[in-house]
Ligand binder design. Sequence first.
Ligand code: FEO
Length: 399
Amino acid sequence: MKPVEIKPNIFWVGAIDWNVRDFHGYSTYKGTTYNAYLIKDKKIALFDTVKKSHTSELLHHITQVLDPEKIDYLIINHVEMDHSGSLPEMVERIKPEKIFCSKMGKKAIMDHFHPTDWPLVEVSSGDSISLGEKTIQFLETRMLHWPDSMFSYLPGDKLLISSDAFGQHFATSERFDDEVNHTELMEQTAKYYANILTLYSPLVRKLLKNVRELGLEIDMIAPDHGLIWRSHIGDVLAAYDKWSQHQGQRKALVIYDTMWESTHKMAKAVANGINMEGVSVKLLNLAVNHRSDVMTDVLDAKAVILGSATLNNGLLPRMAGFLMYMRGLRPTNKIGAAFGSYGWSGEAVKLMNEAMAEMKFDIIEEGLRWKYVPNHDGLRECVEMGRRIGRAVKEQTDG
Ligand code: FEO
């Protein structure tokens, strides 16, 4: 790959990680990119670095534009290791005049790398610096998704460098949104939102409002992962607006794990009942669906119906792990219900109900347990439960 001039004298110089398949528990089947941006002006600035393993790729790209040692400023929008891993080596090599970061960014840099003599300069929302022709304005985006996170905005270029926001884990040889399949791009953008930002949706809403009120003119959004937005900015802003409201569509998920197929039979019957009411339904067996893909479906589903057999007085481990993951991301505004087969104690339904209650799901059923293997009567009860759920979904998504 080579550097790409995304605006006059502004270059993508990041790295492409084609092989990464796990990102702290998020399945990255499409790999990812660690984007870094280089500005050539009177002062030369580099925005963010890359994961430590990809330092040589970053240097290779920068070198094709200019000698890295000519870089004057490092601008650290985010300190998570996928963007800062190569920072110590870059500082050593570049010996920058200044390293700009937020107040929380400075703390995070100190806690990660323990430098004693780096020229760290704190900036806050509203601060700006001049590179010569180009000006950079800073906008702190605390907790989106780390305390240190911030955006950099170049008014002259109408360019927003947005750190993790609006990113996707999507490795491609292309750099722009209009060069790839749009459906796939939006799917990867949704997966990123669902697995990284769902928890911070109230802050996303505040940020979108803030950006609107500041009246920033934006004709390009350059995130730290994936494709750069230039032709579909309206789509990604509208999607963030929609996702951050947690408004489910007329769609239900039946998410389950099974021991000896009884809970699987119940799941199919519940799903059939939901679908009989004209509601779109997905059957998601946790044995074959990765939790991060399931969370992408949770993003726009109105109902999240959980099924697990009881194992050793508890949940099947995949369901327990999924609940732990989903609880951390805190989706809201969902209809919930639980079901599962059991042999003698049957705690699974109660445990799933408790987890959903903690997430403030609207639990519309007390839950359906069936001893060992469901017969026709048992499956009929599952279908009836599904129909009641389907009707509730319709009521809550009508109008
Ligand atoms: Fe891409 Fe929060 O790091």
